[in-house]
Design a protein around this ligand. Sequence first.
Ligand SMILES: Cc1ncc(COP(=O)(O)O)c(C=O)c1O
Length: 379
Amino acid sequence: MVNFDSVIDRHGTGSLKWDKYLNEDIIPMWVADMDFQAPQPVLTAIKDQVDFGILGYHLPPKELVELICTRLFDRYNWTVDPSWIILLPGLVCGINLACRSCGHQNSKIITLTPIYPPFLSAPSYSERKLITIPMQNINQHWTIPLDDLENNISEDCKLFLLCNPQNPTGRVFNKKELTEISSFCLKHDLVLCSDEIHCDLVYSGNKHIPIASLNTDIENRTITLMSPSKTFNIPGLGCSFAIIPNRSLRSQFCNIKKGIVPEINTLGYTAGLACYKHGASWVNELMEYLTKNRDFVIEKFNNEINGTSLNKIEATYLAWIDIRNLNIKNTYEFFYQHGVGISDGVNFGKSGFFRLNFGCPKSILEKGIDRVKYAIESI
Ligand SMILES: Cc1ncc(COP(=O)(O)O)c(C=O)c1O
């Protein structure tokens, strides 16, 4: 049994999450990084590599690519050819490469908001224009407004950026929704880039479907992005991959990457391989723990803390909390002044909300939520 209750002091370790607030009494509940050690077999594999002592250039392990293919078939009945897989040192890098691979200067990219902030910045980095379509909260359920998509699409739009499971709302889009997105992309001749980094962190009652696995038409125009980094809490090792079945799209993507994007580092390969080989039981235990944290968060915000609400969280360790009723001017600053470091909804394209990371031991979560509650009661 893994002890997810164990609190490990990360202060002063160079942690982005914790050392943002070094020497301050702030509980960090922002960046998507969990306060849990990676699975023991992964740590052992890294230690063995370090003990060997030579950390030279590494060939992409064939076994990693084979494991990815087997995993995609076993979980989703999706047959992926090893040649379709492009290993990458980060998912955000994959999003940016996708933007540069499609269209031309000033062509458009469409996405749904609220959304993980790099989706909002990548198009401009690539000199593309972004069309944002706000999702609708209908009966406490974030839904895709198909009419708005249709009404805002234009001929010079070449790429749909999708996040599924969705960060920050925690939605897992179902087969009907994915089919609708897929039809929309086919109708408007869009390439689809689907960021599925949270696909293993899905709660019971929901099922992740890689959109590219729906049918060969959509498979043929999709860049799927995945990684063991969120699942096994190794985001600092930068081990990710793209799956691009279409040969010409794949070669465009690879050409843009040439000479600029480095290979995955040696320890990243080692860890990624160990995750997919030996990490399954750890993830099962993690999901049991996260389910309890999730239920605790939902209960607190929907029933105990006045003026806040959140929808069902179907995946991820992130809660997207509605505080519009509270009329807080600067959400980040407000919670910071009360000792909690959250992610302000403004950065996801939606004000009046904040994102809270509950991937931490329950005792830290309780302390953080107590501070949030106290802050709100003090209004
Ligand atoms: C949806 C999504 N994509 C990508 C990333 C980051 O990926 P990477 O660190 O591999 O660039 C995150 C991290 O929070 C994420 O939530």
